[in-house]
Design a protein around this ligand. Structure first.
Ligand SMILES: CN(C)CCCNS(=O)(=O)c1cccc(Nc2nc(OCC3CCCCC3)c3[nH]cnc3n2)c1
Length: 279
């Protein structure tokens, strides 16, 4: 397939990597998206990193990870197009923003479903990382990178791209969001590890229950102090199980080794109850 095999429908948004557009495949009218990246300003090293990130994207196949279809390189415009599945439910950050004015947090069953699906998606990534020692994918886990399909199932977005391009000065400066989900170890410039994802996931699940992240501040330095202090407003368990509140608290432990890992979380009894009730 080439660029001419697709029809551009509309621009969905702009990310640190470039532009995201909704497209239609002409052969079967399937709706997809592509992300356009300008690699014209990239050094050879950055291009190499981009190639390896895209190759990793191709290998991550999981029902709760956005499906990668193909990449198209346009040597005339020095642009890379990455074709992926379109998630009609949009991104979680927009969903939370729409839920907030209703002052009604998400249903407990929905939060547990999304929690379980996010854990399954992360497990697929971590497993992949383990088997391929060559490269650990840095995940930029945040609600804006978590999408939903038409049945409100989770589709974890393409994190690697944002990270790769963040190294590229021209990209890093233009799109800097507030790093609400940054873990204490990352603030201390320690190595990124799987437990950093557990922290970010804890922040996201907390936000689904409270409709705001556990750590907020008016500026970045105040936010960093709050994260390093690790103190946050406990959410009222009246809408959610005590188990959930305890698990989130463990995921937001300052020291990475005190946080549970994916395996512990996936097998937690709080998911069992849900399965028993709804089979
Ligand atoms: C029911 N409605 C209220 C739902 C509103 C929802 N419809 S919507 O307005 O077109 C809409 C909104 C946001 C996303 C999507 N689908 C989507 N977005 C992606 O990336 C967005 C991009 C990410 C980086 C920053 C800029 C935006 C994807 N990447 C791979 N697959 C993707 N799918 C659709």
């Amino acid at each position: 397939m080439e660029l001419k095999d697709y029809e551009v429908l509309e621009q969905i948004g702009k990310g640190s990597f470039g532009v995201c557009k909704k497209i239609r495949r002409k052969t079967d009218s399937k709706i997809l998206v592509w992300k356009e990246l300008d690699y014209g300003l990239m050094s050879d090293n950055e291009k190499q990193m981009l190639v390896s990130e895209v190759n990793l994207l191709r290998e991550l196949r999981h029902e709760h990870i956005v499906k990668y279809y193909q990449r198209i390189i346009d040597k005339n415009t020095l642009r890379l197009y990455i074709v992926m599945e379109y998630c009609s439910g949009g991104d979680l950050s927009s969903l939370i923003a729409r839920q907030k004015p209703k002052r009604k947090p998400f249903e407990a069953n929905l939060v547990m479903k999304w929690f379980q699906q996010l854990l399954q998606a992360l497990q697929a990534c971590h497993y992949r990382q383990k088997s391929d020692m060559a490269k650990v994918i840095h995940r930029d886990l945040k609600p804006g990178n978590v999408f939903l399909d038409s049945s409100l199932n989770i589709k974890l977005g393409d994190f690697g791209l944002a990270r790769i391009l963040a190294h590229n000065s021209s990209f890093a400066t233009t799109f800097v969001g507030t790093p609400y989900y940054m873990s204490p170890e990352l603030l201390n410039n320690e190595a990124y590890n799987e437990k950093s994802d557990i922290w970010a996931l804890g922040c996201i699940i907390y936000e689904l229950c409270v409709l705001s992240p556990p750590f907020t501040a008016l500026n970045q330095s105040a936010l960093f102090l709050k994260i390093k202090a690790g103190k946050y407003q406990p959410f009222s368990p009246k809408l959610y199980s005590q188990d959930l509140a305890i698990v989130i608290n463990k995921m937001l432990q300052l020291s990475p080794c005190s946080r549970p890992d994916i395996a512990e979380l996936i097998s937690h009894r709080m998911f069992k109850v849900a399965e028993m009730e709804f089979g």
